[in-house]
Design a binder for this molecule. Sequence first.
Ligand code: G3P
Length: 214
Amino acid sequence: MKFFIDTADVESIRKAVELGMCDGVTTNPTLIMKSGKDQKTVIKEIAKIVKGPISVEGISETADGMVKEGEEFSKWAPNIVVKIPMTKEGMKAVRRLAAQGIDTNVTLIFSASQALLAAKAGATYVSPFVGRLDDISEDGLQLIADILEIFRAYDYKTQIIVASIRHPMHVVDSARLGAHIATMPTEVFEKMFKHPLTDKGIAQFKEDYAKTKK
Ligand code: G3P
């Protein structure tokens, strides 16, 4: 399973890269705003340290506008993926960008029908938002299972980026289902390392080792 980091915070990304765990990065206008930098500056900084795909999202609502934004973003680095919202105009843009060889990530996916449409349009990735579904008492992980079943049935090459991840079990359950990628906030990535018994065991071994010294 690939791990993407869902942030525009360059220092967090750098730490994940140093650990060898950052296969890519996803951003959105909210995450860019939180970084306190302008989009082009921060994406170029991220591109200096991340070899894998970096998703960049615009704000256009028309296919023409999205294609124009996508063409501009893709000049910033060779590994840019253009994030496109799940709308009719968005699907037109996905097809046109795909024809130009520009990778796309269809975002704000909340149903299997939307994921199927995105795959038919030629999306490189789809981003179903599991956390936001769970937040409204729907089953985010069930959506991942449904999309995987459909993509496997027709051998679609579109990959699933499980997004809006809230906790490590979202990652674990997505991995159990065989989702291609999980994009997670830094806090979730940090939590994945943690287990109190690991900390306790290290402390105990350290203590016992000290007792063996004459
Ligand atoms: O980047 C898209 C997605 O991961 C956003 O997550 O936490 O705002 O629902 P969240």
